[in-house]
Ligand binder design. Sequence first.
Ligand SMILES: Cc1cc2nc3c(=O)[nH]c(=O)nc-3n(C[C@H](O)[C@H](O)[C@H](O)COP(=O)(O)OP(=O)(O)OC[C@H]3O[C@@H](n4cnc5c(N)ncnc54)[C@H](O)[C@@H]3O)c2cc1C
Length: 572
Amino acid sequence: MAPRSKTSATPSSPTAGRGSGKRAVVIGAGVGGAAIAARLAHQGFQVSVYEKNTFSGGRCSLIEKDGFRFDQGPSMYLMPKIFEETFADLGEKLSDHLELKRCDPNYRVHFHDGDKMHLSSDLAEMRNELERLEPGSYDKFLAFLKESHAHYGFSIQSVLRRNFEKFTDMITWDNVSSLHKLHMQSSFYGRAAAYFQSDKLRKAFTFQSMYMGMSPFDAPGTYTLLPYTEFAEGIWYPKGGFHRVVDRLEYLAKQRGAEFHYGKPVAKINTTTGPVANAGSVPHATGVTLEDGTVVSADLVVVNADLVWTYNNLLPPSSYARRLTNKQQTSSSFTFYWGLKRKVPELDAHNLFLAEKYRDSFDSIFLKNTLPDECSFYIHAPSRMDPAAAPPGKEAIMVLVPTGCLPDDPSAMSAAEWANMQARAKKDVLRVLQARTGVDFAPLIETEIINTPQTWQAKFNLHQGSILGLAHSVPQVLWFRPSTRHADFKNVFFVGASTHPGTGVPVVLYGARLVAQQIARAVQGGKAGLYASQAGSNMVAILALLAVIVAVVTGVVCAQGGCATLSALLGA
Ligand SMILES: Cc1cc2nc3c(=O)[nH]c(=O)nc-3n(C[C@H](O)[C@H](O)[C@H](O)COP(=O)(O)OP(=O)(O)OC[C@H]3O[C@@H](n4cnc5c(N)ncnc54)[C@H](O)[C@@H]3O)c2cc1C
């Protein structure tokens, strides 16, 4: 694992002026790019953002066609406090920028037998629903919430608000003493099964692992924090679409002097091993070259483009870049954006249609890397929350059908096979919709746009078309997740779904905060702080850790009169 540099565990509030006019180039205007641009501009950097597409937001953008408006990706605004903190860090009040509406109920879950369940933040309503499906389950639900509340509290405080640049950053008293409460060794599904007997309730409290792009049978039990945040903090929707978040961040970045350049793909991060004042001759980035040949120089580069793609396409070839391609990715999807000829009251704002063979449906995606025989899918109807999303009397819906990521070898499946798979996904969705809502959607579709795994890959440079980036399995989180700072080119930083802390809009927003703090600390250290290599720091940290462990063990054993045995074991 490549060495990383010093970190601070406590987030500091951003201070204007720290950047002292240094030039920062940001690659990509996704939510991560817009958020870091706003923060760096607020800190006094000269910020230039280069985005390959002609629109902002990346996955968090809008698609508009024939009077219909669709959220390209995110539709569930969760963890509202993180959004508030982001605006507060910029000296702004979120309510001055976003008009939020709370979804009530949170969503409707449709089971294979036609039964439906409303999941709500209203406890009285939940009690009725739970007791109907499994008598006595309301008390268990409260106990499940208590456990998942603990997961949530720990994750916010000790994971999302911290960076892990050194191995030893993970080893705090809080982390060690809380480990057993986090259920990292159990699966998400296993935790729900510990509380509920009913197959339907187990499903209703576990499909949320897909927000992290993981199967509930593989995702660690800690991620039950997701159903917790839905119940405790609610699901919200910004008027005008989710993209409004990015739009306002861009506005605040521009107010602070940042420039945004659209339709300007970056072709290369320019690097050198030339001399740097006060830091000797160290590898560093000098800026970027755009696809049109323009060279843009910078004191530092922040990459918001997909991390695995960037290491393999914008940075010099390395063994680390190749290793990244073998890491576990989340899923891809066939996503259908349908403008419907009439309102469909049979749908809520958020709807889940779960497969009868629930486990098989996840295994097909994550183990076989393909489309399940029987799909579980999600439908978002933005026009149910915000009528402006569709022409009067009509409905805009987005149908997200998760599928496996693209294979490494593009020729592994022919174009005809992909077309068949897409047709099968659509047919399955229409069949299930008719069976479970009684509505034949096929003749209602007036406008259709489809994002396939290939679309996701090409439109946003997402490695293997993975819509949520690198998976959040235990070996790919905390210090084990690709660092927010390049190991060799110390003035190259990463923000977004595949670096720490991970995927999802609020999580990426916290990532931007961590990177802004990291850059501020680096700049405070002068040229040496921004460029100097900290090679060996992890090795030193690991040796120090080993020394501590040996010292502790020695102390314990000696206290028990076992020094002679220990000395013999150590060969002393
Ligand atoms: C279908 C779907 C549903 C989702 N649902 C939710 C949800 O309900 N709630 C939630 O919180 N999250 C959700 N997510 C996840 C969320 O959208 C992502 O985690 C988040 O938007 C990632 O933001 P990012 O800034 O890391 O990356 P991106 O959005 O990928 O931004 C990176 C930007 O870099 C640009 N770029 C790439 N290469 C270059 C280059 N060479 N030069 C210049 N620019 C480049 C891209 O065009 C893009 O604009 C969903 C995602 C998808 C796809």
